[in-house]
Design a protein around this ligand. Structure first.
Ligand SMILES: Nc1ncnc2c1ncn2[C@@H]1O[C@H](COP(=O)(O)OP(=O)(O)OP(=O)(O)O)[C@@H](O)[C@H]1O
Ligand SMILES: [Mg+2]
Length: 201
């Protein structure tokens, strides 16, 4: 499986998503994370040596990918309009993290417009940093996207401090000492399971 994580927008959880999907797939078979962002966030995250999967930068990525069953690629924010099509052709699935907030919605609209030429079985939106009830921004965005027939994960990633600790400590979220760390990890596990279950059909 070759998965690319992308979005127009910065800070929506692309690297966090790439890291945790890589952790999920590594439990199934050897997995490499390609750090496609020149800022090298995932690489820095992995410098602790506490990531359970291999991390390589984009220059060596294509060559190294041959040695792994699963490849997860993190990308920088804002690929050009045409890039989504090319990105989609270069992987099995584009995962598009999206934050349900008014600030992010315009960027999401642009992203979805750019995805129109990409087949709906080639990409899927993942709601991230979803605020807890009574805020219902997550549910509202899901309704909107579903009405627009945009493919979307049933799983969604809650907004939890545990993820920030994971970034700061350079570990997957299940290694963080936080009462909500297990819930945080289960959210990404559910997203990963949706991908693997689909492929089994
Ligand atoms: N579900 C979440 N809940 C709370 N914080 C989160 C969540 N996901 C990510 N974060 C935090 O938000 C910040 C940005 O996340 P991340 O680096 O994954 O985003 P990004 O889209 O890769 O950003 P960039 O565009 O800069 O590469 C990080 O500090 C991360 O710890
Ligand atoms: Mg990033």
């Amino acid at each position: 499986m070759y998965i690319t994580v992308t979005n127009y927008k910065g800070g929506v959880g692309k690297t966090t998503t790439a890291v945790h999907l890589a952790a999920y797939f590594q439990r199934l078979a050897p997995t490499v994370l390609i750090d496609g962002d020149p800022n090298r966030c995932a690489t820095r995250w992995g410098e602790t040596g506490r990531m359970p999967f291999a991390i390589v930068d984009r220059e060596e990525g294509d060559y190294q990918a041959r040695n792994y069953t699963h490849v997860i690629k993190d990308t920088e924010a804002r690929p050009g309009l045409a890039d989504f099509e090319r990105l989609a052709r270069g992987c099995d699935l584009l995962v598009i993290p999206a934050v349900p907030s008014r600030l992010d919605i315009e960027a999401l609209k642009l992203t979805i417009a750019a995805l129109r030429t990409v087949g709906t079985d080639h990409y899927r939106i993942l709601l991230t940093k979803v605020p807890p009830p009574p805020e219902n921004d997550g549910a509202e965005l899901r309704k909107l996207l579903t009405a627009a027939k945009t493919p979307i994960f049933r799983a969604e990633i809650p907004r939890l401090k545990a993820f920030e600790h994971a970034t700061a400590q350079g570990v997957p979220v299940y290694e963080v000492h936080d009462p909500r760390a297990a819930r945080a990890w289960e959210a990404y596990e559910s997203a990963g399971r949706e991908i693997t279950n689909e492929r089994k059909k």
